[in-house]
Each structure stands twice: as structure tokens, then as C-alpha cells.
Design a protein around this ligand. Structure first.
Ligand code: AMP
Length: 276
């Protein structure tokens, strides 16, 4: 496994590479969710590149860029058996002085995470477009955990005629259902216990739908009620939308994305399930 720390060196390495390249973009502090993407990339490509870059442009001014957890040594040890190249550029290399080009995906970025985090998806789309240009992968791997991010990337790839395949990978969960996330480390023991309410509410949504309920308002109401009984949880949004456009549905038509953002203390968690 080779660790590459500059854009120039990554491009050089790419030029010498033959066969399909699979790219897994990450912000590091890796967990089993990330590793599942890397394993999938390993199965499907000759060469696996994992990027680790805490992208400053996707964080809002009051968000956790500075405190975002980082542990490069541990990340590299986890990747060693599965990865050919780890690309860890500096922010100054990715965004040199006078950097001034941005990728703005319209429409779907206005809702949900985009509404709650202005500029977030502009930063995500820009850095992912740059990584695609630098690494030139045949396939790139993203988690269903960040469902809106996945939809934004798919839209960018379609609209800008980018020549690669986007592969969605299922959400990896803790035994109590909490979706694995680097941000889970912010939770104290009591908050960690409370955080299981996100997946419990998503499971309730799925059960109601399986029992024949197809009124989105009713399902949202039941989820709100369940989460409301957890004193540490504060709902940011609950959405039941069309999977590609994320437009809210009144009557559920499948596939539908049930997604939510909930604050547990100061920690904002997101999760989702697809009804299909
Ligand atoms: P991040 O490091 O949080 O930017 O995540 C990097 C990639 O890993 C993104 O495509 C995420 O959607 C994906 N990912 C994060 N958590 C999980 C999880 N629990 N299961 C599957 N994929 C995940």
C-alpha cells in the first residue's frame, strides 16, 4: 500500500496504473461502514484507491471542521490489507490560493441536508469532482447512509457526463441499529443509548408501510411520536420522499426514501431506509 500526499504524485501514479481503478472517498476516522465500501471496491477493481480528506469546503462556519475526529495511523492500519493507494492531500494542495471553481448541483440540494447545511453539497460536489479528475476511477463507492449525497453525486455525474460508475453500498449498523458514523464518537454513554431511537423510528416506518399504511403524513406522525418519547432527541427533519429527486410524497410510491436528521445533545445524526 502506497500513501500519496500530493495531487501531482497521485496523477503520476495514476498515469502508470493499468486496469480498472475503484475509488472510495472518505474523510477518515474509518469504521466498518467505510471498510465495507473498500471491500466492495477490492472485489470489483484491479486497483483500489481510498482518499482521506477532511474537506473544509463542505463544513459550515459553525460546524465541526476543526474538531472532526482524525486518526491517520489507525486508518492506514485498517486499509493496509485492502488498499493499493491511500490519497491524503493537504487542504492547501486541493484548494490553493485563488482557487475559485465550484460545482453546484441544483434542485435536490435545496432540500433536507442542503437546507439545513447551506453550501454543504457545493463543497461535496466540488471535492468529489476534483477527486474524480485526479484519480480517474472506473467506479466510485458511496454509502447509502448519506442518501442525499449519493443522489447529488449521481446527478452531477449524469449532468456533467462523467465517465464512471457510481456504486451505492448498504448502511453498516451497530448491533442496536445505530448507523456507524465517525461522528458517533461525540456521543457520551447516555446519548449513545438514546441515539438508537433513529433506527427504531425508521424500523417503525418500514413496519407500518409493510402493514399497508401508505399515507406519508401518518407514518411521519408515528415516527415523530416515537422520537418525542426520547428526552435527549430533538428532531431536525423527517422526510418521506422520492428516491432520486427527494421530493416529499403524500402517498407512498416505491422506491421511497425515509430519511431523518435528529440532534442528540449537540450531535446531529442522520439516517435513512428505502422502502421498496
Ligand atoms: P465520510 O468519511 O463520513 O465522508 O464517509 C465516506 C463514505 O463512507 C461515504 O460514502 C459514506 O456514505 C460512507 N459511509 C459512512 N458511514 C457508513 C455506514 N455506516 N455504512 C456504509 N457506508 C458508510
Amino acid at each position: 500500500m502506497k500513501v500519496i500526499e500530493t495531487v501531482v504524485a497521485m496523477r503520476g501514479r495514476r498515469r502508470e496504473t493499468e486496469g480498472a481503478v475503484g475509488l472510495v472517498p472518505t474523510m477518515g476516522y474509518l469504521h466498518e461502514g467505510h471498510v465495507s465500501l473498500v471491500r466492495r471496491a477490492r472485489e470489483e477493481n484491479a486497483v483500489v484507491v481510498v482518499s482521506i480528506f477532511v474537506n473544509p469546503t463542505q463544513f459550515g462556519p459553525r460546524e465541526d471542521f476543526k474538531s472532526y475526529p482524525r486518526d491517520t495511523k489507525r486508518d492506514l492500519a485498517l486499509l493496509e490489507p485492502l488498499t493499493d493507494v491511500v490519497f491524503m492531500p493537504s487542504a492547501a494542495d486541493m484548494y490553493p490560493e485563488k482557487y475559485d471553481t465550484w460545482v453546484e448541483v441544483g434542485g435536490i440540494t435545496e432540500r433536507l441536508e442542503g437546507a439545513a447545511r447551506p453550501g454543504h453539497f457545493r463543497g461535496v460536489a466540488t471535492v468529489v469532482a476534483k477527486l474524480f479528475n485526479i484519480v480517474r476511477p472506473a467506479r466510485a463507492y458511496f454509502g447509502q447512509k448519506d442518501a442525499q449525497q449519493l443522489a447529488v453525486i449521481r446527478k452531477m455525474v449524469a449532468d456533467l457526463n462523467m465517465d464512471l460508475q457510481i456504486i451505492a453500498c448498504p448502511t453498516v449498523r451497530e448491533p442496536d441499529g445505530l448507523a456507524m458514523s465517525s461522528r458517533n464518537t461525540y456521543l457520551n454513554a447516555e446519548q449513545r443509548r438514546a441515539a438508537a431511537v433513529l433506527y427504531r423510528s425508521l424500523t417503525l416506518a418500514r413496519e407500518l408501510w409493510q402493514q399497508g399504511e401508505n399515507d406519508a403524513g401518518t407514518i411521519r406522525h408515528e415516527m415523530t411520536d416515537l422520537i418525542g418519547r426520547e428526552p435527549l432527541a430533538d428532531i431536525d427533519y423527517i422526510s418521506i420522499g422520492e428516491v432520486n429527486t427527494l421530493k416529499e410524497l403524500h402517498r407512498i410510491r416505491t422506491p421511497a426514501l425515509v430519511s431523518l436528521a435528529v440532534k442528540i445533545g449537540r450531535v446531529r445524526l442522520i439516517d435513512n431506509v428505502v422502502l421498496e
